[in-house]
Design a protein. Structure first.
Length: 508
């Protein structure tokens, strides 16, 4: 199974013919995939962002990748950072610019801000250096500082238009200019840069619930079909780590005519023989109603059929899942040793949820399961912004359907009563609602099929039990109403029939 591909063009992209423009990779593979493989060769790209968003790191990765891995020399013209500090900071992220400079592959220019009458000489020197080492890549960090030296904004615009849009193209140099912006403003600068530039990449960092979130968005890239969705990223000892959505958000339905068992015979019967292969099933209900137990039997049935299976949990440790399976006589340990089953456990927080989801995609690619369980979506939902949470799940579910991976998700929720989950419920094919029901001072469990695409399902409110032998579906509740509303009571019609029988000795 191929990894979910994030690079497809936005649905409204106008270009439909193959694009043969030469591409310049940035060194950040997920970013390249969002714009057909990289920047168009010879283009001028504006990277804009607020303080601490990682603009210098992104441009450093771009320059280092070209010089180190592709044999493309580069010039880094810095108006705000010293050579020593730049080399030291980048080396911590695995980029040894000092060595590349010794080899003549990179030239770092430590420049001072001059008055406007001296800027022409400074830029003449920059382009002399690019010609000297036959540079293919150029970074100017930051151009906002340069334009501030001009008292007349018209002169600054002339500089941008004549120097930045013409000279780099004459030497086939792909150039990045860095633009500053204040926090809270729109992700773009306020000068002419955005109009002169062929491409604009906006970086944004902002505090959220005590953590720093970062988003990257490609606003413009001439000659390219681009993914314009906002994507999360992080900065660590490997530089910029981008976590794109797993695929475009698109409507994909399971077209398979094959049915697969849920692992619970009674549920299969209510679904006219099981769920369709490649469909998405969601189990909802209060804690303890049996969602994880159903997930265990869903995986156990897949293993029995010889399917590789993946179990992702956001609420329990791996040994807790294997122990729970063993309590029902399900041997998950042997399946793990045979590598037919992989169980991974994550505990999402706002600072690590994006990285965890990226890890899940890699596991999904490498393990190639026929069945997948995502047990306990609630912690993930709490850790992520609601729009990102729904977008990610939409992309993941779309990918699973397209690759005919039968999946089972669980969520602590009441789908008929809680509107915030409506967006998620519309993404799935099947919905199984599990509830506790109090009847005559006794706590029972109910199961209802709320949704089943392309299936004539039993809509009865059905009683089920969980015993050491597994899940047993007993039959629909008789003489009880209002179960789904949470206020179960005896049926009036049933009570009237009983009173009639008592009054007339059972005679009609």
């Amino acid at each position: 199974m191929a990894r979910p591909h994030p690079a497809k063009a936005s649905p409204d992209a106008s270009a439909t013919k193959p694009n043969h423009i030469k591409r310049v990779p940035t060194g950040i593979e997920p970013l390249d995939e969002l714009m057909e493989g990289g920047f168009p060769a010879g283009s001028l790209v504006l990277v804009t962002g607020n303080a601490g968003s990682g603009k210098t790191i992104l441009t450093a990765q771009y320059l280092y990748h070209g010089a180190k891995n592709l044999g493309e020399p580069g010039v880094y013209a810095s108006f705000g950072e010293s050579r020593g500090l730049f080399f030291e900071n980048m080396k911590k992220m695995g980029m040894d610019f000092e060595q590349l400079e010794k080899e003549g592959k990179v030239r770092f220019l430590e420049l001072m801000i001059a008055k406007e009458d001296g800027l022409g000489d400074i830029f003449a020197g920059i382009f002399d250096e690019t010609r000297t080492i036959k540079a293919k890549r150029l970074v100017i960090d930051s151009f906002s500082v340069v334009t501030q030296a001009y008292t007349d904004k018209l002169d600054a615009r002339i500089l941008m238009h004549t120097v930045l849009s013409k000279l780099p193209r004459l030497g086939a140099v792909t150039t990045i200019i860095v633009g500053e912006r204040l926090a809270g403003l729109e992700p773009r600068t306020v000068g002419m840069e955005e109009f002169v530039a062929d491409g604009i990449i906006a970086l944004n960092s902002y505090p959220d619930r005590g953590y720093l979130r970062r988003n990257l968005q490609i606003l413009k890239m001439r000659g390219s079909r681009i993914n314009t969705v906002s994507h999360s990223y992080d900065i660590n000892d490997r530089g910029i780590q981008l976590y794109p959505l797993p695929s475009d958000i698109r409507l994909v339905s399971s077209t398979s005519k094959d049915r697969v068992s849920t692992g619970v015979k009674g549920v299969d019967a209510m679904l006219s023989g099981g769920v369709y292969r490649g469909s998405v099933t969601l189990a909802t209900g209060e804690s303890g109603t049996g969602k994880t137990t159903m997930a265990l039997y869903f995986i156990a049935e897949g293993l029995r059929q010889g399917e590789p299976c993946l179990y992702v949990t956001f609420e329990n440790a791996v040994d807790e899942i294997t122990a729970a399976a063993a309590s029902f006589g399900l041997d998950f340990e042997s399946a793990i040793k045979k590598d037919t089953l992989k169980i991974v456990s994550f505990f999402p927080e706002p600072f690590n949820s994006e990285a965890q989801l990226d890890d899940i995609l890699k596991i999904l690619q490498n393990h190639e399961p026929g069945r997948m369980v995502v047990d306990g979506l609630s912690p993930l939902e709490r850790a992520m912004p609601s729009d990102r949470y729904l977008s990610y799940l939409s992309g993941l579910m779309s990918h699973l359907k397209a690759n005919r991976v039968s999946s089972f998700f669980s969520l602590v929720a009441e789908p008929m009563r809680q509107a915030p989950y409506e967006g998620l419920l519309s993404l799935v094919d099947n919905i199984v609602s599990l509830k506790y029901v109090e009847i005559e001072s006794s706590l029972k469990r109910s199961l209802t099929i709320l949704k089943a695409k392309r299936t004539e399902s039993d809509k009865s409110v059905t009683e089920f039990e969980i015993t050491p032998k597994g899940i047993t579906v007993k039959g629909k509740f008789v003489g009880v109403e209002n179960i789904l509303t949470g206020s179960a009571r005896k049926s009036f019609a049933d009570d009237a029939a009983r009173q009639w029988a008592e009054a007339f000795g059972g005679k009609k």
